[in-house]
Design a protein. Structure first.
Length: 358
């Protein structure tokens, strides 16, 4: 039913092109209000689910994974620091930013203002322009203060619509898991106007539906493919047959597990334990969103860029499996993706747009 898939892309490869920069504005610092959040004071031994926010010793933390009340400082696997202000949701957090400066080193998570919009660093970089690539910068929302993307608010697909899209889905692929994972990629389905946001959501969900048989399969059926690129210095510690497709995007190959783990702040954890993509729903959704938002695969742009720049659904197919399906490689598979995308855009009440095929 599902076949061998190749997600043969490494972010470093696509970053080889020359990067243009734009003159900066004057440097300054400011704080603006961000989305309010609801929290409770942390209680030892109380069960916390992924996405829960607690206050502990004057600081706020968000649960990255379900846990039985571990201390918020015990491990970033379970808890990550977050920004929140206000008693139980009564106030907003803060978004601290600086005006972007060309050539200044920025670390992952840094927020800058550039030409009136806000951007968050997805990866460390030596002052590249915030508009050069979504690998380095993504639009960010400081309480609506520009950027057109991310940072909070509800998903443009309601839970009821999600359930309509996936009536037979595996419970592993939960709606709440997807929405929680989206916090790591604030530009996803939050960039541009309402139509563009819904088109991107439909495009992502149509592709993952195709990859997983309607969010039914967590792991690839055929696990007998050697998806280990042994030329990589980190090798294949999980075994040469350990990197078959898993999760909503069916993440494959050792270099994708390595790159996803690095990008998600997990170090070599996914390289050493690829099974976590099939065992932890939050991680699973994040790998799908990581690929969608940062990887071009065999295409020339990310799925995110294809949709927000109006390049068409066909380009998202090319970035995911274009080497096998596009240019006449497997027109039936392409058409299956297109039909699902048209179904989802119709459900969301937006046009499908042009350039649907590849």
């Amino acid at each position: 039913m599902l076949r061998k898939r190749i997600l043969a892309s490494i972010a470093a490869g696509v970053m080889a092109a020359a990067l243009a920069v734009i003159a900066p504005t004057a440097s300054s610092q400011a704080e603006v209000s961000a989305q309010a959040c609801t929290y409770t004071d942390w209680v030892q031994g109380q069960w916390y689910t992924t996405g829960s926010i607690v206050k502990f010793e004057g600081s706020y933390y968000i649960a990255e994974h379900d846990n039985p009340g571990y201390s918020p400082t015990v491990s970033t696997w379970y808890w990550d620091p977050t920004s929140c202000d206000g008693g139980g949701g009564g106030g907003g957090g803060t978004c601290t930013f600086t005006d972007w400066v060309q050539g200044q080193w920025y670390v992952t998570g840094a927020i800058v203002r550039f030409e009136g919009s806000f951007y968050i660093a997805e990866h460390d970089n030596p002052g590249y322009s915030p508009t050069v690539s979504t690998w380095y910068w993504d639009p960010y929302n400081c309480n609506g203060g520009g950027g057109g993307g991310g940072g909070g608010g509800s998903f443009v697909v309601s839970e009821a619509q999600f359930n309509q899209m996936f009536p037979s889905r595996n419970s592993f692929y939960s709606y709440s898991g997807l929405v929680t994972a989206m916090s790591a990629f604030p530009a996803f389905a939050k960039t541009g106007g309402d139509t563009v946001q819904k088109q991107e959501a439909a495009a992502f969900l149509a592709n993952v539906s195709h990859e997983t048989g309607g969010l039914v399969y967590i792991e690839e059926i055929n696990k007998n493919n050697d998806l280990c690129d042994e030329s990589k210095p980190y090798g294949c510690p999980a075994g040469t047959y350990g990197y078959y497709g898993r999760g909503p995007i069916q993440l494959s190959w050792n270099f994708n597990y390595y790159s996803a783990g690095q990008a998600l702040g997990m170090g070599n954890d996914l390289l050493q334990h690829p099974e976590k993509v099939a065992n932890d729903a939050a991680i699973s959704w994040k790998t799908g969103l990581w690929y969608w938002n940062t990887q071009t695969g065999p295409g020339t742009m990310t799925g995110h860029d294809a949709m927000v720049n109006q390049r068409g659904f066909g380009e998202t197919i090319r970035s995911i499996n274009g080497s096998l399906e596009c240019n006449g490689g497997n027109p039936a598979q392409v058409q299956s993706r297109v039909q699902k995308y048209q179904q989802f855009t119709s459900l969301l009440g937006v046009p499908a747009g042009n350039n649907l095929s590849c």
